[in-house]
Design a protein around this ligand. Structure first.
Ligand code: C2E
Ligand code: MG
Ligand code: MG
Ligand code: MG
Length: 293
């Protein structure tokens, strides 16, 4: 083998690493200002049963002035490492509860969709989290079950005891608990026994492969749906992209559908197309300003 060639590739490898580290450092720094500079926003993806939307999942978006749109898959782990997730997470929750408050007031007593929020491990076990959620529900005068919290298995594994306590308290507060990305972790089954989640979200990976040739994902998916039913949990299939997947899921019975086939995540002003109670166009100004947290 040519020493020169491997030498060159090592140099390249190093500079690549350096660039990555530098970029991460920049992102860390910029994330610190993202909230006050109004660079963060939320989009909402419908979760549907039949032709009816019953929840939207709130998903963070970061528009960086130079780098453009940065995925939450990139910046959420950084926010978690640097503890910025606390301020960002409070902003998301405040924003979502504010929106639910508008919908509740403007729905004129008719039903309106709920919203789910993704919660990181550090948020869940932080001492002020429960009271913060409770105070938002009270301030905005919303029915607590309209707020859903999505928690992944890996989140719970980080600090099992504190997580279990937090989940119990949240249940008492009346919010809906979603077990996100179900099936991807190591101890999914024991988690179902320990905690009482209201909803199981089957991970996109299983849905993507549900119409596969060796049928193993098909069988796993069917078994997960049965399991949820036995435990009296609702089921959401995430990442539904094709008619074939949809047809198969509907054959399984009572499954809620989320995915690009139904809708991509949408900005708040487009939600009215999904439900008449989501009329906020005259309030967009207010909603775009950062709520007090
Ligand atoms: P997640 O909670 O599992 O969210 C679902 C992800 O799948 C979203 O990606 C959504 O846009 C995407 N998705 C939905 N339907 C489809 C589909 O049919 N096909 C494909 N390929 N993708 C689909 P997104 O918005 O990039 O978010 C990625 C992850 O970032 C989320 O995964 C969640 O873990 C995290 N995240 C997003 N917003 C927040 C937040 O406010 N707080 C926290 N802690 N995490 C967040
Ligand atoms: Mg989620
Ligand atoms: Mg998910
Ligand atoms: Mg996922």
């Amino acid at each position: 083998y040519h020493a020169k060639e491997s030498g060159a590739s090592i140099t390249f490898f190093h500079s690549d690493m350096l660039e990555k580290a530098q970029q991460r450092f920049n992102i860390e720094q910029d994330l610190g200002y993202a909230l006050e500079l109004n660079q963060l926003s939320l989009v909402f993806q419908p979760i549907c049963k039949g032709d009816r939307v019953h929840h939207f999942e709130a998903l963070l978006r970061w528009h960086h002035p130079e780098l453009g749109s940065i995925s939450p898959m990139t910046f959420i782990p950084i926010a978690e490492d640097t503890n910025q997730i606390h301020a960002i997470g409070r902003w998301v929750l405040a924003r979502v509860c504010q929106l639910l408050g508008y919908w509740q007031r403007e729905s004129g007593g008719f039903d309106y969709p709920g919203i789910t929020v993704n919660v990181s491990a550090k948020q869940l076990v932080s001492p002020a989290f429960i009271s913060f959620v409770e105070s938002l529900i009270e301030q905005n005068k919303i029915a607590p079950y309209k707020l859903g919290l999505e928690i992944t298995e890996s989140t719970l594994m980080e600090d099992e005891q504190a997580s279990a306590q937090a989940l119990q308290a949240l249940r008492k507060a009346g919010v809906r608990l979603y077990l996100d990305d179900f099936g991807t972790g190591y101890s999914s089954l024991s988690l179902l026994g320990e905690y009482v989640f209201d909803v199981m979200k089957i991970d996109r990976h299983f849905i993507t492969n549900v119409i596969d040739s060796d049928r193993s994902s098909t069988k796993l998916c069917a078994a997960m749906i049965q399991l949820a039913k036995t435990l009296e949990m609702d089921v959401v299939a995430e990442g539904v992209e094709t008619e074939e997947q949809l047809t198969w899921l509907l054959e399984q019975g009572d499954v809620s559908i989320q995915g690009y086939l139904i809708s991509r995540p949408l900005p708040v002003e487009e939600l009215i197309n999904w439900h008449p109670a989501c009329a906020v166009s005259n309030r967009i100004e207010a909603l775009n300003s950062t709520p007090k947290i």
